[in-house]
Write a protein that binds this ligand. Sequence first.
Ligand code: 13P
Length: 239
Amino acid sequence: MIVAANFKTNHTRESTANYLEALNLFLDAYSTFCDVRVYPTASSFLKADLYSHIKLGAQNFYPIINGACTGEIGAQQLSEFGVKNVLIGHSERRAALKETQEFIAKKYAFAKENGWDIIYCIGEPKDVRDNGFENVMEYLWGEFDGIDINYEKLSIAYEPIWAIGTGISAEVKDIAKVLDTLKSRLNNIPLLYGGSVNIENLSSIISLKSCNGALIGNASLDVANFCKLIQIAQNVQKQ
Ligand code: 13P
């Protein structure tokens, strides 16, 4: 079970350090089967090996080792911190940063070449959802163009765009339908759900047979809350 915190553009370097220290201490005492990952802002990276129970990840990178790409970070900068986990394809980067499927596939190939763990994000906008399930699946499969689904360090996060940051999660039966359909073609790839996950809804979502975890934004920002989410996931996994 993967429980992942995506900080997006939240927390400072100082508050990230406090958060990670508190989380690692909690995980030291509370042994869990969960694979706990935290994706801070790049300016808040800390050495990944300081936190034995947490996998530190990057929300973004540019597909180069180093070189001339103003404002971006490459593999050399990630490796300085021992970061080997990345998010790719998040809808906020697709929309606001205009990342195309072609560019996303390039990032994906680069991450694969480097042997990084990838959480690959997919999700449909509201107008596609309003046109029914078949349209949703067609849209989601389109987001696999150029993506090697046989890469063994791949997990997929299904994050319906209209459910992100809105406080309105998708309905559990709709999440189940999408994840079951993805699972039928994607075999053993771990599938996460993201989009307004919180303490109230996490248990019913990750109890779904095709759900292997959650990618959490807002509800992960407070470390005590994130610890509770890990406990919920742990309890579901034990059942
Ligand atoms: P929220 O949990 O804030 O809806 O964000 C979800 C998300 O985008 C995680 O990547």
